[in-house]
Design a protein around this ligand. Structure first.
Ligand code: FAD
Length: 486
């Protein structure tokens, strides 16, 4: 039966869910508090420069293909994809970097050139990583996290030890060179936890990296948001921006309405893609399934300090994606996870999308995005943002042996307070709830409210977890659960 479904937020997960629910024949309306859609994947345009405010790495192209295929479409119907070559570059010292190519045989040769015997080890490691990818991303992540039995399959039973070992140990057993170790530990950082707290099974992220490659949607990641918006509109979804949800109304144990900008809007089903903690704060206390203590004790993925910089010239000796791993990762990780504080010497990431895409910066200029991962909940004051920009730009100039400071036309920043103000993010987290062993699948906050009928959740704090591909999958899972519960 056709239901009126009201969705909070317009991030990837909400938009994906909206498409599936409209396809099932429901009347779907999306309410977004901000004046543009996309959530953490919004876009900043300034003086001819275009920046993705959030995600910049397009990984797991098969997940995007599978999403569009569910609607008889393909990504190419909506946006152009470029495979990055090289995929990325990693700096370890002054003019000292490793370039990761766009194909595995070449990456194996690069490894062998750095540590004898590591090429063969990598080939072996990648076989296992690919097998894990086939189990995890093609199957397990498409299960709704309702029961632990979902994870029990013939394939996982054979790999049970990989759920109890951690990927950091696994990598260090096989590779001795610290550069190679850091490169192999990098992909699981997307899951939001330390590699030493991430199960070995998650090596599927290494297959996503070296096996499937790094892609760039023309005009940036926001093209994918616009694509899904177009699909949603084609399916009959209504999208309303500047629509702040102030309350979820519960009557006789069921969610029946939203208060949107002070006005009551009725619905048969309420689905929230806003951060889970915030979504539950829109309910009266008795209807919340997770206590403040629960959220306090959970492992959150990092927040970030970001800079969006317009440069008056082309920047040399960097790739589209460049990582700066020239300082001790363990010390920075401690400042994120164990003893939350501003790190003394942070690792950072820089992206120059205008290296690939002429549409994102004026001719002869460069668009630069800089990201420092930080613990959620840190004090965020303008002086600290400045201090850290100085730190990383000084290191950047030294490591790449060039002056860039004097070519800055403008810079904008985004940090903990912006995540809270713009997205109602818990403690200003950037990537949601980390995917540790104890926060995986059925152990994550549930897609369906445990206390309120007709109330559902989606997004990076629930199943399957952080990242754009998981957000698309989350939208699919919740729409299937809603349909099943009607
Ligand atoms: C800096 C950064 C870099 C990242 N890099 C990558 C990357 O390279 N690759 C990758 O795959 N992933 C990356 N991610 C993760 C990825 O962007 C997210 O996992 C994904 O976009 C989350 O989508 P979502 O739908 O769960 O949540 P969100 O995008 O946060 O959507 C929630 C929406 O709800 C809205 N909302 C909140 N409260 C209300 C309310 N009361 N009323 C109405 N609306 C409300 C918010 O405004 C927001 O639009 C990155 C994230 C960040 C922040």
């Amino acid at each position: 039966m056709r239901k009126q479904i009201k969705i909070i937020g317009s991030g990837f997960s909400s938009l994906a869910a909206a498409c599936y629910l409209a396809q099932q024949g429901h009347e779907v309306t999306v309410y977004e508090k901000n004046d543009t859609i996309g959530g953490r994947a919004r876009q900043l345009k300034k003086d001819g420069f275009v920046f993705d405010i959030g995600p910049t790495w397009y990984w797991m192209p098969d997940v995007f293909e599978r999403f569009f295929a569910d609607f008889g479409k393909k990504p190419a119907d909506y946006y152009d994809l470029i495979k990055l070559s090289p995929a990325y570059q990693v700096y370890f010292g002054i003019n000292e970097f490793v370039t990761i190519s766009d194909n595995l045989p070449e990456i194996i040769r690069t490894f062998e050139g750095i540590e004898r015997g590591s090429g063969g080890q990598l080939a072996h490691f990648m076989k296992e990583a690919q097998s894990n990818y086939n189990i995890a991303i093609k199957d397990l992540v498409y299960r709704p996290g309702v029961s632990p039995l979902e994870l029990v399959t013939v394939e996982t039973a054979m790999k049970v030890n990989q759920f109890f070992g951690n990927i950091s140990k696994d990598i260090r057993r096989k590779f001795k060179n610290t550069k190679l170790v850091q490169i192999l530990e990098f992909p699981v950082l997307f899951l939001g936890a330390k590699p030493s707290d991430t199960p070995s099974f998650y090596s599927f992220m290494n297959y996503a990296d070296f096996g499937l490659g790094t892609w760039h949607p023309k005009n940036g990641m926001y093209s994918v948001i616009l694509a899904i918006e177009k699909l949603a509109l084609e399916l009959g979804v209504t999208i309303k921006t500047k629509s702040n949800i102030e309350k979820i109304i519960v009557e006789q144990g069921a969610a029946t309405a939203l208060i949107v900008n002070g006005e009551r809007i009725n619905g048969d089903i309420i689905l929230s893609g806003a951060d889970y903690h915030h979504s539950e704060s829109l309910l009266d206390k008795t209807y919340r399934a997770y206590s403040e203590k629960y959220w306090e004790k959970s492992t959150f993925a990092p927040s970030s300090l970001l800079f969006y910089v317009g440069f008056d010239k082309k920047i040399e000796k960097v790739a589209h994606h460049t990582l700066f791993f020239d300082v001790d990762f363990d010390v920075h990780a401690e400042a994120i996870y164990d003893d939350p504080k501003w790190p003394d010497e942070p690792l950072f990431y820089a992206s120059f999308p205008s290296k690939t895409d002429r549409n994102v910066a004026p001719e002869g200029k460069e668009a630069g995005i800089f990201l420092i991962p930080l613990a959620p909940g840190l004090d965020d004051i303008p002086e600290l943002r400045e201090e850290y920009f100085e730190k990383i730009i000084t290191r950047f100039e030294k490591l790449t042996e060039q002056d860039v400071r004097n070519s800055i036309i403008f810079k904008e920043s985004f940090c903990v307070n912006d995540f809270i103000n713009d997205y109602n993010s818990y403690k200003g987290n950037a990537y949601g709830l980390a995917n540790t062993l104890l926060q995986t699948a059925f152990l994550r906050p549930k897609l369906k409210s445990k206390k309120v009928k007709n109330l559902f959740f989606t997004g990076q704090l629930t199943v399957p977890g952080p990242g754009v591909p998981p957000a698309l999958i989350s939208g699919k899972l919740v729409s299937e659960l809603i349909q099943k519960n009607l």
